[in-house]
Design a protein around this ligand. Structure first.
Ligand code: GLN
Length: 536
């Protein structure tokens, strides 16, 4: 069949759930038997978000092939449950880098390189790569940012051109906007939406569907008003009140008939009946009153919880599997260094130390690992969380007082965590870490092996530093188990303390592979131990 396109744009403000809506629609279409692909276009000039501060951008989501991507790709994978690849995310930076490289090679000899057609052609080429690589029947494409931004104009222009190239009947524009409420009167306003649609139309795009997001209930009459002012069919304005449970979004859309609406507009017939029952059950399970377990998440970007998006979701998935409610105590590791906020750690049933870069807040994380080790509190370390657990063990159990990672102390006599030879000569920051899927052999009789229940797994990585093999024997002698290793035995992938209810940490990022219906074993293990602790 001809590939169909669903183009998602955002109006009024960002962060209204465009990515989640796109992901949820992908699920509804997948459930109807179509082969779905997704792609996110990011307007910033960075080549990828890998070099951006989590404060600027939130989490960097890593794919199997090592692509460092926008966090919306996490939503796509969690909802649609497809394994995505590098073609699923590109930025203005990549588009320009490629175009300029072509120009230097002489590909356009004689030509003046311009936004139209050279940049827009490169954008369209990259969009077309998705259907080529995946054979998708429906491509869901999201443009980052908000209509009206200078940066996103070439993307929107490329989509406008594409509509004529692939045929109007083969694409739909879905505009996700925000309806603010005036506090004094409680009145919901549609004017910003009208303006954003006007801005979209001024560049030649008329939306086919408008998703009207709001915190309050959006009345039918309001939808009709939007339809009238924005030149959209009445049944094509979809009211979407903020969901209290994220995984309810596809159900809300399904119940509003959006799956069928899209197919009708694209001239398609469902190939199968959607089975949303597992999702309904999931949301019911989330809503059920359950005992609460508290997890202290000790990080250094905790002011912006988006920086830990996948970690938070993985905790939620594991909570459902353990029949508990998870409450996250967000703890800033720098506070712990200043002897502040320890109550939040002490009142928790488990401690989780996620990934991170740079020396700020490291000592606070080491202290959190120490507290977990000494007080037998369930602990899960992710990447940097494994490294600080190793540092604490070296200092506290092996009495190597200056033990550190050479990332934080270049002159330490005891670099427990160190650069591998192949990383020593690396000078570029972008895209040069150990990235993406690597195999891990689980060692028999360990908690990690029991949690996974299989001898070998593959997990996603994003780090430069590794456990220093020089210290393995001493660590083992003192009760540390290396429960996951690269198949050749050279790289430490998972560590755990033998004499502890659950102190497990991985060099990889298990959070990227946790799915609502398939919670990650290491997270499930953490919450199981936390639940037991809470009972006591
Ligand atoms: N900064 C550490 C490294 O590069 C850990 C990275 C991470 O937690 N993702 O190895």
């Amino acid at each position: 069949m001809t590939t169909k396109y669903l183009f998602f744009t955002g109006g009024v403000v960002s962060s209204v759930g465009k990515g989640v809506t796109a992901a949820a629609m992908g699920l509804l279409l997948k459930e109807r038997g179509f082969k779905i692909a997704v792609q996110k276009l990011d307007p910033y000039i960075n080549v990828d978000p890998g070099t951006m501060s989590p404060y600027q951008h939130g989490e960097v989501y890593v794919l199997d092939d090592g692509a460092e991507t926008d966090l919306d790709l996490g939503h796509y994978e969690r909802f649609i449950d497809n394994r995505l690849s590098r073609v699923s995310n590109f930025t203005t930076g990549q588009v320009y880098a490629e175009t300029i490289a072509n120009e230097r090679r002489g590909d356009y000899l004689g030509g003046t390189i311009q936004v139209i057609p050279h940049i827009t052609n490169e954008i369209k080429r990259r969009i077309r790569l998705v259907e080529k690589e995946t054979g998708a029947e429906i491509v869901i494409l999201e443009v980052g940012g908000t209509v009206g931004d200078i940066e996103s104009q070439p993307f929107l222009e490329a989509l406008r051109q594409m509509r004529n190239e692939v045929g109007r009947e083969n694409c739909l524009f879905v505009h996700v906007t925000w309806l603010p409420t005036i506090g004094a009167t409680g009145e919901i306003k549609t004017k910003p939406t009208q303006h954003s649609v006007a801005a979209l139309r001024s560049i030649g795009i008329s939306p086919n569907i408008i998703i009207a997001r709001a915190d309050q209930h959006v009345d039918k009459s309001l939808c009709e008003k939007i339809a009238l002012f924005c030149d959209v069919e009445k049944d094509s304005v979809i009211p979407m009140t903020t969901a209290s449970v994220l995984y309810e979004v596809p159900l809300m859309l399904e119940d509003l008939g959006v799956g069928e609406l899209i197919l009708t507009k694209l001239g398609l017939k469902a190939k199968g009946k959607p089975n949303m029952q597992p999702w309904r059950k999931l949301v019911e399970d989330v809503r059920k009153p359950k005992p609460t377990v508290k997890v202290a998440l000790v990080g250094k970007y905790v002011e912006l919880q988006d920086a830990y998006m996948s970690v938070r979701e993985a905790l939620k998935h594991a909570a459902i599997a353990n029949d508990v409610e998870v409450e996250i105590n967000w703890v800033h590791s720098v506070d712990l260094e200043k002897d502040k906020n320890w109550d939040a750690v002490k009142n928790s049933d488990a401690i989780l130390v996620p990934g991170g870069f740079g020396s700020r807040g490291i000592e606070g994380k080491v202290l959190a690992a120490r507290y977990a080790r000494e007080n037998k509190i369930p602990y899960l370390g992710l990447c940097l969380g494994m490294q600080v657990m190793s540092i604490d063990f070296a200092r506290g159990v092996l009495n190597l007082e200056d033990a550190n990672s050479s990332e934080f102390d270049r002159s330490t006599e005891n670099p427990i965590i160190d650069l591998m030879l192949d990383q020593r000569s690396v000078t570029d920051m972008g895209g040069t870490m150990r990235l993406g899927l690597y195999p891990c052999a689980l060692q028999k009789g360990t908690k990690a092996a029991a949690a996974y229940g299989v001898p070998r797994v593959e997990e996603r990585h994003r780090h430069r530093f590794e456990f220093n093999n020089k210290y393995r024997v001493e660590f083992e002698k003192h009760g540390m188990a290396f429960s996951g290793l690269s198949p050749d035995g050279n790289l430490v992938e998972i560590i755990e303390i033998a004499n502890h209810p659950y102190m497990v940490a991985s060099q990889f990022h298990p959070e990227f592979l946790s799915r609502p219906m398939r919670p990650h074993p290491l997270f499930v293990g953490l919450l199981k131990a936390a639940k037991e602790k809470a009972k006591k």
